[in-house]
Design a protein around this ligand. Structure first.
Ligand code: 3HC
Length: 283
């Protein structure tokens, strides 16, 4: 199956990054969200991200304008009915995802593939909420999407070979490198990455070092591009907490217990870069 057009559901950090990557690769994109202000913010972010590339002479003005012209935004979920592939990038909350998958199944055209950008939820479970389980797959992008090379492709128990091959081809067309991963809580990257960040939160809350010192230690000692607490701010503390909860519940292993300080910071609304405050503060 050939994918010619892409719908993106959810215009948050990941949704707008995915929309940008798809548009830059030449796919017409329908970006939907329930809230118009979120869509307006998404377009602003995409414009800013493309502007960066133009300023660095990595993209021409024309290419930027062409990419922006490929994106249509709407609050009407029904508009994804024209897309061959729909990528769901809504909040990481199982009941919400299940509800959206039911709606997407009704709105998407027969034969369309529905992918989830979930960072940890079972693709098999999401597929079972539709009548097209063989055409459901996980397409896990990384933040910031325009920069990060990897897409984890997660096959649910029901995912067909044809679906996998179509989505693998799209991933390559986006200039990304797909890695096939079995459906399991956290897949590969978050299974390894999020417990490390969680441990950094424990270290911080126990007063081992300041947030800056913990980040400097991991940057300078392990050659990480940014420290674990700064990365948590980038990912979003709410997303980090959701992944830890899925790992904790999925494996029933106490080693995945979310750090209490992480829980409390999410309760306070300190979600990282997107709210201006996490382990660090942002202007
Ligand atoms: N759009 C376009 N380009 C961007 C960008 C964006 N949103 N953000 C950064 N860039 C580009 C910059 O233009 C710059 O390009 P250049 O090298 O050609 O000059 C390059 O990326 C580096 O950016 P900066 O110089 O501004 O800053 P840094 O050197 O600190 O890099 C970073 C920023 C790329 C985010 C780097 O810190 C990094 O790689 N961090 C780790 C990111 C990571 O681990 N992500 C995975 C998170 S896990 C996840 O997403 C899964 C989820 O499920 C939880």
């Amino acid at each position: 199956m050939q994918i010619g057009s892409i719908g993106v559901v959810g215009a948050g950090t990941m949704g707008n990054g995915i929309a940008q990557a798809c548009a830059v690769a030449g796919f017409p994109v329908t970006l939907t969200d329930i809230a118009q202000p979120q869509l307006d913010r998404a377009i602003k972010n995409i414009e800013g991200s493309l502007e960066r590339l133009v300023k660095k002479e990595k993209m021409s003005d024309d290419a930027r304008n062409t990419a922006l012209g490929k994106i249509t935004t709407t609050t009407d979920l029904g508009a994804i009915g024209s897309s061959d592939l729909v990528v769901e990038a809504a909040t990481e909350h199982l009941p919400l995802k299940l509800e959206i998958f039911g709606k997407l199944d009704a709105a998407a055209k027969p034969g369309a593939i529905i992918a989830s950008n979930t960072s940890s939820i079972s693709i098999t479970k999401l597929a079972a909420a539709t009548k097209r389980a063989d055409r459901v797959i996980g397409m896990h992008f990384f933040n910031p999407v325009p920069v990060m090379q990897l897409i984890e492709l997660i096959r649910g128990l029901q995912t067909s070979d044809e679906t996998y091959q179509a989505v693998e081809a799209v991933s390559k067309a986006l200039g990304k490198t797909p890695v096939k991963v079995r459906n399991s809580p956290g897949f590969v990257v978050n299974r390894l990455l999020c417990p490390m960040i969680n441990e950094a939160v424990f270290a911080f809350s126990e007063g081992l070092a300041t947030a800056q010192e913990i980040d400097d230690a991991m940057r300078l000692g392990c050659n990480h591009p940014i420290g674990p607490l700064a990365l948590c701010d980038l990912i979003g503390l709410d997303v980090q907490l959701a992944v830890m909860q899925v790992l904790f519940e999925g494996f029933k292993d106490p080693k995945y217990r979310p750090a209490p300080l992480l829980v409390e910071m999410v309760e306070a609304g300190y979600l990282g870069r997107k709210t201006g405050r996490g382990f660090h503060t942002y202007g």
